[in-house]
Each structure stands twice: as structure tokens, then as C-alpha cells.
Design a protein around this ligand. Structure first.
Ligand code: GLN
Ligand code: ZN
Length: 764
């Protein structure tokens, strides 16, 4: 029996790598210094695992930006537009250019596309393929990392993105072929790579194939069989570790069990339902790697439950077992010890495990299974038991009032009083907005001053009084500005908010906040998700004060601004002791109370942002309906408390609506604002085809760039929209909030936006 993990966090315990890379970009440090920081982190990670007692330690789980991009460079799969750079800049700079684009000297090359890695919040760089794509072994990163670890006395298990996952997560950049057809061209390079690793002395190689968690076509299934049969036949002495994670194997189970690999890793956090079947059907000599410690969450492993599972597997597999993390610990924060003295309540801390603690859990689980315990281990096991007993009864988690309210929910709580067409009439006569009403999505530029004063206030270096008067000043000038340029529906600007989820989490019971719980989102960008540990409740209004203040300054309507329950859920570490749907409903009730308070305070228009609805979709389509049902319903619970004349908006950026348009319609928001400017309104088509009845604000201003759209451009987009939608259903707004922009471009862009709406009114 052996212990292993699929990968280690790599950004550095205190985000050292992030800081070094960003200094390198700013040319404050040179390449040698950057690579030294990287190599120190790798060394630390390896020695940390060794010290804790992990038997099989991965390498090539480190990356300066992204492991899929690393693979593209290893395979020399470099998009044409970057090839010219190859001889002009260093390898590292070429790598960063592919990740971030290159705008220097006479070059202006756009970056590779980035998208979410399965259903995580980690983003990878999408491999780009041409019809005549060639692959050849290019970078020696994998080999040199292996050697680097060897110098530390550690014989690692190199981790490769498996050939099929690599191809399948990529994109064809030309017509006339499917990327799977490139397999025969790709495999020789993988073979060469494995050969070199073998020559260096590597015996274990991990092939990450999370694509097995998705629905596969027959051709894809056949490709899996062909690939691993071929590779294994070439390298009989290499231990092939095939790692699936993020889901169960489902329809791919038989296929996977038929692959001639030596170790099969399965994700038991997401795929426990299949363990029995695997144990029955797995080849007797194949090792089973049990992904039992959750790599994507921050809760302690329940040893009682895990040991039961391990013992069951042991009864059949004997010592042919590995104990592992469900997926790479890349998705976990580094080390809970750093939170000592931080803001997580002590009671909550004892329920948590970050990456370092997860390593310890894995080692301890093996010891328990082997009945090889020392006194200190027994103490740990006792502590684990106690933590779970305490968790079951903790009043920090369990709130009967909340549970009773959830039980009392009825269908009527998710329904507005009347259907949309009725409400629309009522709202039109109550609100009396012009045709093509103009508005923004909520936030205004978060200037250096706004950020620094908010931080000072948080650190108690600025009195509440001074901070409040600063916010009053900012809101007042934002309202005056919006009135001056003639926007129709105003916002207060969100200056008091650091982040759209954190702000609400900090004001709700059931959430805790770590100090160093950073997780890589993409490249050097890290996020620190709130820890949602208990029943969610709201004691006091969270947004009423500032919204009411803003409204008091103007005769125009000020839109209340809230984050929706699904987005709060999706962007937090969520408790695992009840279904996500149940947690989501609790958040929905808290938001519902806020909506009711805003209405009572005289706010006529309330926006509930739900940008994360789409990304919550399960990996397999079979599971979509269940998710969409509870997610949409949670939104409706939060929104349906108001009178007909109160207008509910929702906002969803970077979403595609194909496949889910019926569910979006079912949300029944009076107005939905979406991001459409970069797609030239293409995203509207699905609304049109579906005959989506409610009002829509298709974004006409790309807020991701400082570029100011001119009046004609915006008008052109609006004319397009009027060809698709009835004019009385169209709103005019930017794609998303403006917090990342500066004031000068914001002012000009919004002036143009208002001017184009005026032109549109003259047209009809
Ligand atoms: N109201 C938020 C803002 O304007 C919405 C942000 C988002 O959709 N990501 O900043
Ligand atoms: Zn948005």
C-alpha cells in the first residue's frame, strides 16, 4: 500500500510565485531570479511531502502559468502567430506571450484563449490545432524537473496531461478536421517523451485523463483504447498511472477497466458510487488508487468513513492499493497553520484541512489501514473523531430557525404575483422609463483611493465616521455624474464592496474568511473563496443603507444591487454535510429578505447578479436538469417576494445561453442584462429563437478594455438588437460592471452610450 497525491499547490505558501512572476513582467527582476524562486518552491513542495511521508511524490505538477500550456510547449504545439517570436525572445518570454499576448516592438499578438478547467475555477490555455498540426518534443521541462527532484534525493512520478485529454480540451483553428484525427501525429512525441523519462530512470508516470469524467463519443472511446494499448506495449517496464478525476466514470467505466494500465486512479469524492463495481471488475493485478481525500474543498477528511471504504477495498485488493487525493491539490489552499490568529473562528478551524493537512491525512489513513499507529497518531485520530462529533452538533453550523424556514418553503415562494406580461404593463405605467432605458451593471471604477481607504478602514486605521463620509462623497459624485450625462436608471457604484461575494459573505452568518486561503484561478491570479461552513442567515440589512442614501440624492431611480444565491454558492468553499441545493436555498432566503427590505425602503428596481449560473452546470449532461431546477428555483426564491411594480433585474456575463435558455426564461427576471458586445450581439440569437419574452439589456460596451466605443458603433449594435427584439423590450447598458476601468474612459463611453440611446429613440 502506498500514498501519493495527484499534484501539489504551486503558487507558494504566501503567493511567492505570483509575486515573482509579476515582478518579472514589470522587469523588476530577471529570469534567473524568477527561476530561482520557482525552483525553491518546487524543492519546498517535494521536501514537504517527503517529510510528511508521502511515498510517491509527483513532479511536473509545477507550472509558471498553466500545466496545459506547459504541455503545448513540450509538444511544440505553438500557434502560428507566435512562431515569429521564437527566435526573438527567450523561451520563458515566448511562454508568457502565449499566455498573455505580446504587444511590444512591432508585435501585437493576441493571447491564447483561456477557459475553465472542467468544472473548477482554474483556467487553462486552450491548445490550438491546425489541420496539418505537427508535434515534436520541444521543451525539456518535464525531464529537468525530474532531475531537479532527483538531486534532492526524490525519485518522482512525472505528471503528464494525458494525450487524449490534451487533444480533447483543445480547439481546431481551421475547418475540415477533428482534433482527434491528430492522435497519430501526437503519439510519437508522447512516446519519445516517455522514452526520455525512462532513460532518466523514471518508473512511475501519471497520465491525467479527467476527460473520462465526461460523456465520450464512440470514436473517443476507441481512441482511449488504442492509445493506452499502444503506449503500454512500448513501455512494459513503466508503471502507467491513469488518473481520472472530477467525476465518476459512468459510461466509460468498462472502457477504463479494459485499458492495460498498471494503476487506475479514481475520484472517490465524486465517484464513490462506482467503487463496488470497480472492485468486482478490475483486473486483479492492477493497483487501485483511491482518491479519497477531497482535493477541491477545505474540510477535514472523515476518517471513520474513509477507513470503512479503504477496508472494503483492501479486502479485495490487499496491498494493491494507493491512498491519494481525489484530484490535484492545486485546487486547495496551502496550509491551515498560517491561519493561526486569523479571522476564522477556532471552532471552525478544527473542521478544516488545507493541502498540508490533507497530506497528513493521506499518510495517517494508510497507517490506520495498515494498523501501524504511534501514540501521536492515535491523538490525531481522536481529534478527527471529536471534530466530526462537534460539527454535527455545533450551534455555529446548525440553526433551527433557518432549517424551519427552509422546510416551510412552498412553490408559491418562487412565484411572482402575476405573469410577466401583466407585470410589464404595471411596471411600464409605474416607472415611466423612456424607450431604450439606459443603465449600468453596478460598479463604478474602483480607484486607488477607493481601494486604499477601504483597506485602511478594514485594518482599523480609519474611523467608521471618516470612512462613511468618504463613501457618501463617492456615491454623491457618482449619482451627480450619472444624472449629468443623462442615464435613466442609476446605481450607487459599489464603492463599499471589495468583491461581490465576499461583501455579502461578511455580512451573513455561516461564512468564515481565511487570511491565506489562496487558490490559483489562472496564471498569477489567485482567489480566496469564502468558507461557507454553516446554516446561512441574515441578521441585518446588508445594502439598504447605501442604496437608500443614493436614492435620497436623486429623483431618478437608483437600482438596488445584490449578488444572487447561486453565484455566492458557486464562488465559495461550500459545506459538504448537506446537498448544495439546500445550502443554496438558505442563501436565497437571506437575499430574499434583503430584496424585501430594499422594496420597503422605496427602491423600485433591484438587480440580483447571477453570473455563475452557467459555470455551475455538472460535467455530464444527464445531471444538468437537476442542477438547473434547484439553481433557478433558488434565484426565484430570492426574487419573488416583491410586488408586481417592483422590477427585478438579473445580470449574467461571460455566459453562453445555448442549451439553457429555457431555464433562463424560467428565472423570470423582468430584465436580464448580458454580455454581447464582443460577439456582435450573436448571443442574442438564442433568445430570439426561443422567443424569450422578458426585457433584455444586451451589452453594447466591452468593459474589458479601456477602449471607448463611439456613438455609431453602439448605435449599430442597437439597430442589430431592434431587428431581433421588440424595441420596448430593449435596455441599453455595458457588458458588465465598471470596477476595473478608469474614470476618463468610463465617462466618455457612458456619454456615448446615452447619446446612442437618444438616437435610437428618434429612429422609432
Ligand atoms: N454588479 C456587479 C458589478 O457591476 C456585477 C459583476 C459581475 O457580474 N461579475 O461589478
Ligand atoms: Zn458581469
Amino acid at each position: 500500500m502506498k500514498t501519493t497525491i495527484l499534484g501539489h499547490p504551486r503558487i507558494g505558501e504566501k503567493r511567492e510565485l505570483k509575486k515573482a512572476i509579476e515582478s518579472y513582467w514589470k522587469e523588476n527582476i530577471d529570469e534567473t531570479t524568477l527561476l530561482k524562486v520557482a525552483s525553491d518552491i518546487k524543492k519546498k513542495n517535494w521536501l514537504n511531502q517527503k517529510e510528511i511521508g508521502i511515498d510517491i511524490i509527483p513532479s511536473n505538477d509545477f507550472s509558471l502559468y498553466d500545466q496545459v500550456l506547459d504541455m503545448s510547449l513540450t509538444l511544440n504545439c505553438i500557434p502560428k502567430r507566435f512562431r515569429e517570436l521564437k527566435n526573438k525572445v527567450s523561451f520563458v518570454d515566448l511562454y508568457f506571450a502565449m499566455a498573455r499576448g505580446f504587444q511590444k516592438d512591432s508585435f501585437d499578438i493576441v493571447a491564447m484563449e483561456m477557459t475553465k478547467w472542467f468544472d473548477t475555477n482554474y483556467h487553462y490555455l486552450v491548445p490550438e490545432f491546425e489541420k496539418e498540426q505537427k508535434f515534436e518534443l520541444n521543451s525539456c521541462k518535464i525531464i529537468s524537473e525530474y532531475q531537479e527532484a532527483l538531486k534532492e534525493g526524490i525519485k518522482t512520478k512525472p505528471v503528464l496531461v494525458g494525450p487524449l485529454t490534451y487533444l480533447l480540451v483543445g480547439k481546431e483553428k481551421e475547418n475540415g478536421f477533428h482534433r482527434l484525427e491528430l492522435l497519430d501525429r501526437l503519439l510519437p512525441t508522447y512516446i519519445q517523451l516517455i522514452e526520455e523519462l525512462q532513460n532518466e530512470g523514471a518508473t512511475n508516470i501519471q497520465f491525467d485523463e479527467p476527460y473520462l469524467s465526461l460523456d465520450l463519443t464512440l470514436k473517443e472511446q476507441e481512441a482511449y483504447f488504442k492509445t493506452y494499448t499502444l503506449l503500454k506495449a512500448k513501455f512494459p517496464k513503466i508503471t502507467f498511472i491513469l488518473a481520472n478525476y472530477f467525476g465518476n466514470l459512468n459510461d466509460n467505466l468498462n472502457l477504463t477497466l479494459s485499458l492495460p494500465v498498471d494503476v487506475l486512479h479514481v475520484d472517490l469524492v465524486r465517484g464513490l458510487d462506482e467503487l463496488d463495481s470497480i472492485l468486482v471488475h478490475q483486473n486483479k493485478n492492477q493497483i487501485l488508487s483511491l482518491g479519497i481525500v477531497d482535493g477541491r474543498n477545505i474540510w477535514k477528511n472523515n476518517f471513520d468513513t474513509s477507513i470503512e471504504i479503504i477496508n472494503k477495498a483492501k479486502a479485495i485488493k490487499g496491498d494493491n492499493l494507493w491512498i491519494s487525493s481525489s484530484c490535484s491539490l492545486l485546487h486547495s489552499p496551502y496550509n491551515l497553520d498560517n491561519e493561526n490568529g486569523g479571522s476564522i473562528p477556532e471552532e471552525v478551524t478544527q473542521w478544516l484541512a488545507f493541502a498540508k493537512q490533507k497530506l497528513q491525512e493521506i499518510v495517517l489513513l494508510k497507517k490506520i489501514a495498515k494498523n501501524n499507529l504511534q501514540a501521536s497518531d492515535i491523538k490525531e485520530i481522536e481529534a478527527n473523531k471529536l471534530a466530526f462529533i462537534n460539527k454535527n452538533n455545533s450551534t455555529l453550523i446548525h440553526n433551527n430557525q433557518v432549517k424551519n424556514r427552509i422546510n416551510a418553503l412552498t412553490e408559491a415562494d418562487s412565484l411572482r404575483n402575476n405573469i410577466f406580461v401583466e407585470r410589464q404593463k404595471t411596471q411600464k405605467s409605474a416607472l415611466k422609463l423612456p424607450l431604450f432605458p439606459t443603465t449600468t451593471i453596478g460598479s463604478f471604477p474602483q480607484t486607488k483611493e477607493v481601494r486604499s481607504l477601504r483597506l485602511k478602514y478594514k485594518k482599523h486605521q480609519l474611523s467608521e465616521e471618516k470612512y462613511n463620509s468618504f463613501l457618501e462623497k463617492e456615491i454623491t459624485s457618482a449619482i451627480r455624474f450619472q444624472e449629468n450625462i443623462g442615464l435613466d436608471v442609476l446605481v450607487h457604484g459599489e464603492f463599499e464592496r471589495n468583491d461581490m461575494v465576499e461583501y455579502f459573505g461578511e455580512r451573513l452568518n455561516g461564512f468564515a474568511f481565511s487570511s491565506f486561503g489562496w487558490v490559483q484561478s489562472y496564471g498569477t491570479r489567485c482567489v480566496k473563496p469564502p468558507i461557507l461552513f454553516g446554516d446561512v442567515s441574515r441578521e441585518n440589512p446588508m445594502t439598504v443603507k447605501w442604496t437608500e442614501f443614493a436614492q435620497s440624492l436623486s429623483k431618478k431611480y437608483v437600482k438596488g444591487m445584490l449578488t444572487g444565491p447561486v453565484t455566492i454558492l458557486q464562488w465559495s468553499f461550500v459545506r459538504d454535510d448537506q446537498p448544495r441545493a439546500a445550502t443554496c436555498n438558505q442563501i436565497a432566503l437571506a437575499i430574499r429578505d434583503e430584496v424585501a427590505n430594499l422594496e420597503k425602503a422605496g427602491i423600485k428596481i433591484i438587480q440580483i447578479d447571477e453570473p455563475a449560473i452557467r459555470e455551475g452546470l455538472p460535467l455530464r449532461k444527464d445531471n444538468w436538469a437537476t442542477y438547473l431546477k434547484w439553481a433557478v428555483n433558488a434565484f426565484k426564491i430570492s426574487a419573488s417576494v416583491v410586488k408586481d411594480e417592483t422590477q427585478i433585474h438579473t445580470h449574467m456575463c461571460y455566459s453562453e445561453f445555448n442549451d439553457i435558455i429555457a431555464n433562463i426564461a424560467d428565472m423570470d427576471a423582468d430584465v436580464i442584462t448580458i454580455e454581447t458586445s464582443r460577439s456582435e450581439m450573436e448571443l442574442l440569437d438564442v433568445f430570439v429563437d426561443f422567443k424569450y419574452p422578458n426585457e433584455i439589456g444586451p451589452g453594447v460596451y466591452d468593459i474589458h478594455s479601456p477602449r471607448v466605443p463611439n456613438i455609431n458603433e453602439i448605435e449599430h449594435l442597437l439597430i442589430k438588437a431592434t431587428k431581433l427584439l421588440p424595441p420596448e423590450n430593449i435596455w441599453v447598458n455595458p457588458d458588465c460592471g465598471l470596477k476595473t476601468r478608469d474614470w476618463p474612459e468610463t465617462i466618455s463611453a457612458l456619454e456615448n452610450l446615452v447619446a446612442s440611446a437618444k438616437l435610437m429613440r428618434e429612429r422609432v
